[in-house]
Design a protein around this ligand. Structure first.
Ligand SMILES: O=C(O)CCC(=O)C(=O)O
Ligand SMILES: [Fe+2]
Length: 309
């Protein structure tokens, strides 16, 4: 496998009168013409009717279910770059088999017996931290691309979005080996952007319960019902394809990935952003995911919105 490189812009020809300086400048503003399927997602033309139509459709889906899958987001001839990016770093994933609950919180005996926080789940997945993903990787280029960020902010109806300040969790590959699952959980961040880069032979289905909790209500009884398998009507099932981009409000929607079957690992690139700058994961969560901390992780364990986890 050759080195993975993506320049982040389509080189402009001399006839157009662009100097090297303007080309470099455009590389941070204009996307991605090279790797994004601009026929369907015209990110380099944010003022076009086509862009507005795409954003409107995505907003509608996000409002309705907290999830929108942007089919064929990556240009077909660039899919391999994403798969190779994941395959190249998967050996560096931190593997942890841990007993967790849906909130990723420590056991709390003071909670009532029926509280879903008492349900112990086995999490057998692995994460590659951002600081182990080469800077010239295609996923780093996409993560930091301004046009991509502007597009995501438009989709999530935010004035702007910010890269996490967390050097580990801002951008990760999630590696699920055969036999492992990512059990029911809520995400720490409000919304997540992810892309399957290698599919399992079987299993590894994404399941979610749209908007099962909100900042106003934890809705513990419904969460407990889902964990006990008593509420299949609340669960939606999805099987993403490589190169589809998934936008997801994972802080409010309980979700999981079912057990991976067959011989091939399931790889997902996860692009984490926040509506405010400077967001860093808590030390507890960071240790769970990566087995280590970075200098930036402070001792502050409290979440900002009052929800657990
Ligand atoms: O791999 C996926 O599709 C989802 C992963 C996930 O939910 C997470 O990392 O929080
Ligand atoms: Fe998640």
């Amino acid at each position: 496998m050759g080195p993975i490189r993506w320049e982040g812009f389509t080189p402009l020809s001399c006839e157009q009168g662009h100097t090297p300086e303007t080309v470099v400048q455009m590389s941070t503003l204009s996307p991605s013409a090279a790797i994004i399927n601009e026929d369907r997602y015209p990110l380099s033309e944010p003022d076009s009717p086509g862009y507005a139509d795409v954003v409107t459709a995505i907003r509608r889906q996000l409002r309705a279910s907290g999830c929108s899958v942007l089919a064929d987001f990556v240009a077909p001839d660039k899919l391999d770059l994403f798969t190779e990016a994941g395959v190249g770093v998967a050996p560096w994933a931190h593997h942890g088999t841990e007993t967790v609950n849906v909130y990723n919180t420590a056991p709390d005996p003071s909670l009532p017996a029926e509280h879903p926080a008492h349900v112990a789940l086995r999490r057998g997945n692995a994460f590659v931290a951002r600081d182990l993903i080469p800077e010239d990787s295609v996923v780093q280029s996409l993560y930091t691309n301004r046009a991509f960020q502007r597009f995501l902010a438009d989709c999530f109806e935010l004035p702007e979005i910010h890269e996490l300040a967390d050097p580990l969790s801002a951008l990760v590959f999630n590696v699920l080996e055969p036999g492992n699952a990512h059990p029911w959980h809520f995400d720490t961040n409000e919304f997540t952007v992810s892309m399957l880069t290698q599919a399992p032979e079987a299993g590894g289905e994404f399941q979610f319960c749209p908007g099962i909790r909100s900042p106003q209500s934890e809705n513990q009884s419904a969460v407990a019902d889902v964990l006990a398998g008593r509420a299949p009507h609340l669960v939606r099932r999805m099987r993403p394809r490589i190169g589809d981009l998934q936008l997801f409000r994972g802080r409010y929607s309980l979700h999981r990935v079912t057990t991976v079957e067959g011989h091939q690992e399931r790889h997902t690139a996860i692009f984490a952003y926040a509506s405010a700058p400077g967001v860093v994961g808590t030390p507890t969560r960071t240790r769970q995911l990566f087995g280590r901390l970075s200098d930036l992780h402070r001792g502050d364990e409290a979440s900002s919105d009052g929800l657990a986890g």
